[in-house]
Design a binder for this molecule. Sequence first.
Ligand SMILES: [Zn+2]
Length: 340
Amino acid sequence: MRYFLPLLLLGSPVWAASAQISTDGVDCAQRVEALLPERPNTDVGTVRIHSFDTGVTWMEEGWMINGASRSVVRIPVPVHLVQIGARVVVIDSGYNAQMLDDPQAYVGRAFYQAALSLYPVPTGTGHWAAAGWMKALGFDPSAVDSLIITHPHFDHTGGIPDIGARQVLIGEGSREQYGRGHFGLSGVMEDPADRAVEIPLGLVGLVDAQTGGDVLGDGSIRIVSLPGHAKGSMGVWVQANEGPRILFVGDAIYGRPNLGNMLPGFEHLVEVADQPQIKMRRNDQDPKAAAETLLSLWCLDRWQDTHDEAILIVPAHDPRLFEDLLPRAPEVFEIGQEAQ
Ligand SMILES: [Zn+2]
């Protein structure tokens, strides 16, 4: 299936009823300029995106989307595989296979019991993990050019040990989170369980996301800093020479509706000191930075109103990810020129 104009989820009456913050004095031009990359200056051809999710998590929608209902919805924990010519780049790695098969063994009994009250344990089987999906789609999990991890949380890092990437790219400032040797669970627990997964740290490459990481050297995939949610949080641009541009934002926001009401989702919110109209998630590592990131994404989203270009902002856990933003594999989202 070929998309040139993405179908976007544009807020609902529930979210529209939420208070809009004043954006007077917000320099959107500067924020967009800092985020929006140049188009590739060479012909990158067709960019194919294969998106799938690793396991099933059910949560109250209001936990993710501020102002949404308490009804329980399916939350994706996605992996996005980007295919450009012969090169494959994977964005985030989802749950670990063992997390899906036997979460209690993976995280340890004590954490498992404690976590049940905080975080819904995913259901599924290890077949749903990234490597299994990749094989099913015809990709070799051991032949990935780059694996980019938006931030060091276990629902984004779990598949790393099973993907043989030439390099694993993580955000500046997040190395400590990974360096514990307990890759799967950093950011979730202070004292990781002894069954947590280790990765060969020699594979890890730090990305200075501030200056922009041009992952393939042709401008098609670029990393930008989206600070706040976790240490070294970053977003990943995927673009061709034409067509919509996609910004994968990890958990900078939980769902697109959060752009509409300027709240990032999560029912347990804290106020940000000098921005009382913005409330942020308690689990953000730096709520103030997260608020700034939210404002920048809001600006970027509005930029489309005055420009004849589509930008698709893709949060990892938008409950309607596969209905409204990207098709679920094996369906492929293609941008750019027709394949030869
Ligand atoms: Zn997440």
